[in-house]
Design a protein around this ligand. Structure first.
Ligand code: CP
Ligand code: NVA
Length: 314
């Protein structure tokens, strides 16, 4: 049965069909064109968005805040220091209060479970602005950027090189499998996603015309890739793993040699940002002609606005 997007939360792409993801992308492309034409609308007028942050953010915060605010909505930025969230008050109780005051909630933090509790107890649409498990709004911007570059998602090959277990890799894996993008995770054995998760993604890929390869071989993994993607080696909250990650991932740095290994002239480079240049990517690739990182960062805003519009039914 078709559920429609109105009233839905956005916690993981696992909850969305290929058609729903495409509807969000189509809306995002339209919104981007509208903005370039300076077409101002007030589709969020008199609506309120609670933005809860346990971790820092530049792009996600600014995307949600400007997307919602510039259309007449009222976003309220709240950090763990401002709220009792999970310390003096349970997440369930905080959620019940927010549910009586706001129209929707964005959450960035550690546990995916916190986002689920916020959804259950507030009764509102909740948007995952990054947890340890997933970063689904990032993947929407990644897919939009790939579509802009190649005019399609179907048949595109994307190779993610780096920490294969992190939130960005896991969401990208799901997003690609749902939309017909052939996805390769190139990562050392110790950082490969859990096998049960890979198996579920392979099933999704089979249903949607995509394929999944997880390998520790850079040569094998990046061959014929239209897109090379990387993310930081040490995600927020993993600072104590710094030395071990640098040792494990130094051979997986995206540099010009790795870009050339795709064998394609038109391969583009993507990174969710923020980047640690000299670690996961060289300055040369980051600043080079294949880099689309600023388009990708801008597309955070258009895709997030599309998610807000469609789920709020505005
Ligand atoms: N890519 C991303 O989520 O960036 P921020 O951490 O700045 O929000
Ligand atoms: N994997 C990174 C993504 C930052 C946007 C982190 O969680 O820190």
């Amino acid at each position: 049965m078709k559920k429609g997007l109105k009233g839905r939360s956005f916690l993981t792409l696992l909850d969305f069909t290929q058609e729903e993801i495409k509807e969000i992308l189509r809306t995002a492309h339209t919104l981007k064109k509208e903005r370039k034409l300076h077409k101002k609308k007030l589709r969020f007028q008199a609506k309120t968005l609670a933005m809860l942050f346990e971790k820092p953010s530049t792009r996600t915060r600014c995307s949600f805040e400007t997307a919602f605010g510039e259309e007449g909505g009222y976003p309220v930025f709240l950090t763990s220091q401002d709220l009792h969230l999970g310390s003096k008050e349970t997440i369930e109780d905080t959620a019940r209060v927010l549910g009586r005051m706001f129209d929707c909630i964005m959450f960035r933090g550690y546990k995916q479970e916190t986002a689920q509790i916020l959804m259950k107890y507030s009764g509102l649409p909740v948007y995952n602005g990054l947890t340890d498990s997933f970063h689904p709004t990032q993947t929407m911007a990644d897919l939009m950027t790939i579509e802009e570059e190649f005019g399609t998602l179907k048949g595109i090959k994307c190779a993610y090189v780096g920490d294969g277990r992190n939130n960005v890799a896991r969401s990208l894996l799901v997003g690609c499998c749902k939309t017909g993008v052939h996805i390769t995770i190139v990562t050392p054995e110790q950082l490969m996603p859990e096998s049960s998760f890979i198996d579920s993604c392979k099933e999704l890929a089979a249903q949607n015309g995509a394929s999944v390869l997880v390998t520790d071989s850079i040569e094998e993994g990046v061959k014929n890739a239209h897109v090379l993607y990387t993310d930081v080696w040490i995600s927020m909250g993993e600072e104590e793993k710094k030395i071990e990650r640098i040792v494990l991932l130094t051979p997986y740095q995206v540099n010009n040699d790795v870009m050339n290994m795709t064998g394609l002239a038109g391969t583009i480079f993507l990174h969710c940002l923020p980047a640690v240049k000299g670690q996961e990517v060289t300055e040369g690739v980051f600043e080079g002609p294949a880099s689309r990182v600023w388009e990708q960062a801008e597309n955070r805003k258009h895709t997030i606005k599309a998610i807000l519009l469609l789920t709020l039914g505005c």
